[in-house]
Design a protein around this ligand. Sequence first.
Ligand code: 5GP
Ligand code: MG
Length: 173
Amino acid sequence: MEILISEEAIRARVVELGRAIEDEYRDRQLTIVAVLTGSLVFLADLMRQIRIPHRVGLYLASSYAGAVTEPGPELRIDRRFQPDVAGRDVLLLDDILDTGRTLGTLATGLREQGAASVRVAVLLRKLGRQVVPIEPDYVGFEIPDAFVVGYGLDFDDDYRHLPYIAVLDGRGQ
Ligand code: 5GP
Ligand code: MG
């Protein structure tokens, strides 16, 4: 596997994102709502770089079933761990913006539930793949159209533990 973004580069960028988010949300009612499972590592690192009080809620979403590198037709979302967002300033967090279906659907839902504001942060933005028009407010890195794993991102539930982002080759090696 080819390393695309090193552990050191991720660490430095997460600190920068944390500082920018801190500045924007000072004196506001911040709730981060993260999309599991892919954003687990990003969430854990980023929330410790946001040194202002904030709440955390979770969605469990999946569009990739099994050993595939293309999303299936169905987007499944489990909202059981989402906190009450009415009146809160929500930062919706995901590992990667690909087609935009996941974040587009969730951002619309959060606004309908009365969030005071909804902004979007992603570690990665894959270029040339977006079909749902959603503009992320915070982007860690823009990457080319390749299937990546590591730092929370999986292939068939493997590779999430890697501390860097790598490109998976055609055979899942
Ligand atoms: P979207 O709804 O934007 O098409 O897809 C977002 C979700 O697809 C992400 O949360 C992520 O779980 C998954 N995804 C998209 N591209 C990749 C990729 O290159 N690698 C992995 N592991 N997951 C991806
Ligand atoms: Mg995901």
